[in-house]
Design a protein around this ligand. Structure first.
Ligand SMILES: N[C@@H](CCC(=O)N[C@@H](CS)C(=O)NCC(=O)O)C(=O)O
Length: 215
Protein backbone atom coordinates (compact mmCIF):
# COMPACT_ATOMS: atom_id res chain seq x y z
CA UNK A 1 0.00 0.00 0.00
CA UNK A 2 1.69 3.21 -1.15
CA UNK A 3 0.38 6.75 -1.48
CA UNK A 4 1.97 9.70 -3.25
CA UNK A 5 0.00 12.95 -3.02
CA UNK A 6 0.53 15.72 -5.53
CA UNK A 7 -0.66 18.90 -3.89
CA UNK A 8 -0.64 22.67 -3.97
CA UNK A 9 -0.89 24.65 -0.72
CA UNK A 10 -4.48 25.39 0.24
CA UNK A 11 -5.94 23.78 -2.91
CA UNK A 12 -8.50 20.97 -3.08
CA UNK A 13 -5.58 18.67 -2.34
CA UNK A 14 -5.49 20.08 1.20
CA UNK A 15 -8.52 17.98 2.19
CA UNK A 16 -6.72 14.79 1.15
CA UNK A 17 -3.45 15.92 2.70
CA UNK A 18 -5.27 16.63 5.96
CA UNK A 19 -6.98 13.23 5.93
CA UNK A 20 -3.68 11.44 5.32
CA UNK A 21 -2.13 13.26 8.27
CA UNK A 22 -5.17 12.61 10.49
CA UNK A 23 -5.09 8.88 9.73
CA UNK A 24 -1.36 8.52 10.27
CA UNK A 25 -1.07 6.56 7.02
CA UNK A 26 2.38 6.65 5.43
CA UNK A 27 2.51 8.81 2.29
CA UNK A 28 4.81 10.99 0.27
CA UNK A 29 3.74 14.56 -0.57
CA UNK A 30 4.99 16.21 -3.77
CA UNK A 31 4.44 19.91 -4.40
CA UNK A 32 2.88 21.03 -7.67
CA UNK A 33 3.38 24.79 -7.92
CA UNK A 34 0.19 25.77 -9.73
CA UNK A 35 1.08 29.47 -9.52
CA UNK A 36 4.09 28.68 -11.71
CA UNK A 37 2.07 26.43 -14.04
CA UNK A 38 3.61 23.15 -12.87
CA UNK A 39 0.22 21.45 -13.40
CA UNK A 40 0.64 21.93 -17.17
CA UNK A 41 3.97 20.14 -17.58
CA UNK A 42 3.91 16.99 -19.71
CA UNK A 43 5.23 15.03 -16.75
CA UNK A 44 2.31 16.07 -14.50
CA UNK A 45 -0.25 15.74 -17.30
CA UNK A 46 0.68 12.08 -17.57
CA UNK A 47 -0.65 11.70 -14.01
CA UNK A 48 -3.48 14.21 -14.29
CA UNK A 49 -4.76 14.73 -17.84
CA UNK A 50 -6.89 17.68 -16.62
CA UNK A 51 -3.83 19.35 -15.07
CA UNK A 52 -5.36 19.75 -11.64
CA UNK A 53 -4.53 18.90 -8.07
CA UNK A 54 -4.95 16.69 -6.20
CA UNK A 55 -3.57 13.57 -7.75
CA UNK A 56 -3.11 10.65 -5.39
CA UNK A 57 -1.01 7.83 -6.77
CA UNK A 58 -2.45 4.74 -5.14
CA UNK A 59 -0.21 1.69 -5.41
CA UNK A 60 1.25 3.16 -8.59
CA UNK A 61 -2.07 4.21 -10.18
CA UNK A 62 -2.87 7.95 -10.39
CA UNK A 63 -6.32 8.88 -9.10
CA UNK A 64 -8.00 12.29 -9.00
CA UNK A 65 -11.02 14.20 -7.64
CA UNK A 66 -10.67 15.27 -4.02
CA UNK A 67 -14.05 13.95 -2.82
CA UNK A 68 -13.48 10.60 -4.47
CA UNK A 69 -10.00 10.33 -2.98
CA UNK A 70 -11.36 11.00 0.51
CA UNK A 71 -14.01 8.30 0.05
CA UNK A 72 -11.46 5.89 -1.41
CA UNK A 73 -9.12 6.34 1.56
CA UNK A 74 -12.01 5.84 4.00
CA UNK A 75 -12.99 2.65 2.18
CA UNK A 76 -9.44 1.29 2.05
CA UNK A 77 -8.91 2.03 5.75
CA UNK A 78 -12.19 1.31 7.55
CA UNK A 79 -10.45 1.19 10.93
CA UNK A 80 -9.98 4.96 10.69
CA UNK A 81 -13.79 5.30 10.93
CA UNK A 82 -13.81 8.43 8.78
CA UNK A 83 -16.95 7.38 6.91
CA UNK A 84 -20.04 5.48 8.06
CA UNK A 85 -19.96 1.87 6.83
CA UNK A 86 -22.47 0.69 4.21
CA UNK A 87 -25.77 -0.04 5.91
CA UNK A 88 -25.13 2.29 8.85
CA UNK A 89 -27.82 4.82 9.73
CA UNK A 90 -25.49 7.77 9.02
CA UNK A 91 -24.42 6.51 5.60
CA UNK A 92 -27.14 8.26 3.53
CA UNK A 93 -26.41 11.68 5.03
CA UNK A 94 -22.68 11.15 4.54
CA UNK A 95 -23.19 10.26 0.86
CA UNK A 96 -25.57 13.17 0.35
CA UNK A 97 -23.15 15.68 1.84
CA UNK A 98 -20.10 14.33 0.01
CA UNK A 99 -21.96 14.62 -3.29
CA UNK A 100 -23.39 18.03 -2.37
CA UNK A 101 -19.95 19.44 -1.58
CA UNK A 102 -18.37 17.92 -4.69
CA UNK A 103 -21.25 18.53 -7.05
CA UNK A 104 -22.63 21.91 -5.98
CA UNK A 105 -20.24 23.85 -3.75
CA UNK A 106 -16.92 22.87 -5.32
CA UNK A 107 -17.97 23.76 -8.91
CA UNK A 108 -19.34 27.10 -7.69
CA UNK A 109 -15.98 27.73 -6.02
CA UNK A 110 -14.21 26.84 -9.27
CA UNK A 111 -16.43 29.35 -11.10
CA UNK A 112 -15.65 32.05 -8.51
CA UNK A 113 -11.89 31.60 -8.72
CA UNK A 114 -11.50 30.67 -12.40
CA UNK A 115 -14.35 32.58 -14.13
CA UNK A 116 -11.99 34.61 -16.29
CA UNK A 117 -9.60 31.71 -16.94
CA UNK A 118 -11.94 28.80 -17.65
CA UNK A 119 -14.32 31.09 -19.56
CA UNK A 120 -14.43 34.36 -21.46
CA UNK A 121 -13.09 37.16 -19.20
CA UNK A 122 -15.80 39.44 -20.63
CA UNK A 123 -18.49 37.42 -18.86
CA UNK A 124 -16.49 36.74 -15.70
CA UNK A 125 -18.36 39.15 -13.46
CA UNK A 126 -21.72 37.53 -14.23
CA UNK A 127 -20.28 34.06 -13.64
CA UNK A 128 -18.79 35.21 -10.32
CA UNK A 129 -22.08 36.78 -9.24
CA UNK A 130 -23.91 33.49 -9.80
CA UNK A 131 -21.10 31.54 -8.10
CA UNK A 132 -21.30 33.83 -5.06
CA UNK A 133 -25.02 33.22 -4.81
CA UNK A 134 -24.56 29.47 -4.98
CA UNK A 135 -21.73 29.52 -2.44
CA UNK A 136 -23.78 31.56 0.03
CA UNK A 137 -26.76 29.24 -0.46
CA UNK A 138 -24.43 26.37 0.44
CA UNK A 139 -23.36 28.15 3.63
CA UNK A 140 -27.06 28.60 4.47
CA UNK A 141 -27.65 24.88 4.00
CA UNK A 142 -24.64 23.84 6.07
CA UNK A 143 -25.52 26.42 8.74
CA UNK A 144 -28.99 24.89 9.05
CA UNK A 145 -27.46 21.45 9.61
CA UNK A 146 -25.08 22.68 12.30
CA UNK A 147 -27.80 24.67 14.07
CA UNK A 148 -29.04 21.45 15.72
CA UNK A 149 -25.88 21.54 17.85
CA UNK A 150 -23.92 18.77 16.14
CA UNK A 151 -20.14 19.03 16.44
CA UNK A 152 -19.42 17.45 13.04
CA UNK A 153 -21.53 17.14 9.94
CA UNK A 154 -22.22 13.41 10.12
CA UNK A 155 -22.81 11.07 13.03
CA UNK A 156 -21.21 13.30 15.66
CA UNK A 157 -17.77 12.17 14.56
CA UNK A 158 -15.06 13.52 12.27
CA UNK A 159 -15.59 12.26 8.71
CA UNK A 160 -14.48 12.91 5.14
CA UNK A 161 -17.26 15.51 4.92
CA UNK A 162 -15.46 17.67 7.47
CA UNK A 163 -12.14 17.52 5.61
CA UNK A 164 -13.73 18.80 2.41
CA UNK A 165 -16.16 21.23 4.07
CA UNK A 166 -13.51 23.02 6.12
CA UNK A 167 -11.15 23.41 3.17
CA UNK A 168 -14.01 24.89 1.13
CA UNK A 169 -14.88 27.21 4.01
CA UNK A 170 -11.26 28.32 4.07
CA UNK A 171 -11.51 29.31 0.41
CA UNK A 172 -14.25 31.80 1.28
CA UNK A 173 -11.98 33.83 3.57
CA UNK A 174 -11.55 36.71 1.09
CA UNK A 175 -15.04 36.53 -0.41
CA UNK A 176 -17.66 39.22 0.24
CA UNK A 177 -19.33 37.00 2.87
CA UNK A 178 -16.82 34.49 4.30
CA UNK A 179 -18.20 31.33 5.91
CA UNK A 180 -17.02 32.69 9.26
CA UNK A 181 -19.86 35.24 9.13
CA UNK A 182 -22.45 32.46 9.64
CA UNK A 183 -22.91 31.84 13.38
CA UNK A 184 -22.79 28.04 13.55
CA UNK A 185 -20.28 27.74 10.73
CA UNK A 186 -18.03 30.10 12.65
CA UNK A 187 -18.18 27.95 15.79
CA UNK A 188 -17.57 24.82 13.70
CA UNK A 189 -14.59 26.48 11.99
CA UNK A 190 -13.07 27.47 15.33
CA UNK A 191 -13.48 23.92 16.64
CA UNK A 192 -12.03 22.15 13.62
CA UNK A 193 -9.16 24.59 13.13
CA UNK A 194 -8.01 23.58 16.61
CA UNK A 195 -7.50 19.94 15.57
CA UNK A 196 -3.80 19.01 15.68
CA UNK A 197 -4.02 17.41 12.21
CA UNK A 198 -5.43 20.63 10.71
CA UNK A 199 -2.70 22.70 12.36
CA UNK A 200 -0.17 20.18 11.02
CA UNK A 201 -1.43 20.28 7.42
CA UNK A 202 -1.24 24.08 7.50
CA UNK A 203 2.33 23.89 8.75
CA UNK A 204 3.34 21.34 6.13
CA UNK A 205 1.76 23.41 3.35
CA UNK A 206 3.33 26.63 4.66
CA UNK A 207 -0.05 28.28 5.30
CA UNK A 208 -0.14 30.86 8.07
CA UNK A 209 -3.44 32.64 7.53
CA UNK A 210 -6.91 31.40 8.55
CA UNK A 211 -5.94 29.89 11.87
CA UNK A 212 -7.60 30.47 15.23
CA UNK A 213 -4.76 32.79 16.20
CA UNK A 214 -4.80 34.89 13.02
CA UNK A 215 -8.46 35.27 11.99
N1 LIG B 1 -13.01 18.66 -8.91
C1 LIG B 1 -11.60 18.71 -8.66
C2 LIG B 1 -11.16 20.17 -8.72
C3 LIG B 1 -9.67 20.28 -8.69
C4 LIG B 1 -9.24 21.71 -8.95
O1 LIG B 1 -9.94 22.53 -9.56
N2 LIG B 1 -8.02 22.01 -8.47
C5 LIG B 1 -7.47 23.33 -8.67
C6 LIG B 1 -6.87 23.85 -7.38
S1 LIG B 1 -8.06 23.95 -6.08
C7 LIG B 1 -6.35 23.26 -9.69
O2 LIG B 1 -5.70 22.26 -9.84
N3 LIG B 1 -6.11 24.37 -10.37
C8 LIG B 1 -5.08 24.51 -11.33
C9 LIG B 1 -5.61 24.76 -12.70
O3 LIG B 1 -6.81 24.56 -12.95
O4 LIG B 1 -4.80 25.16 -13.55
C10 LIG B 1 -11.28 18.10 -7.30
O5 LIG B 1 -12.11 18.20 -6.40
O6 LIG B 1 -10.21 17.49 -7.15
Amino acid sequence: MTYVLYYSPGAASMAVHWMLIETGLPFEARLVDIDKGAQHTAEYRRLSPTGRVPTLVVDGVPRSESASLLMLLAERHPATALAPSPGCADRPEWMELMIYLANTLLPAMRDWFYAGIDGDPVGADAVKALAQKRIEQAWDRLEALLSDGRAYFVGNALSTVDFLALVLMRWSRNMPRPATTWEHLSMYIQRLRALPSFIEVNAREGLTDWSNSTA
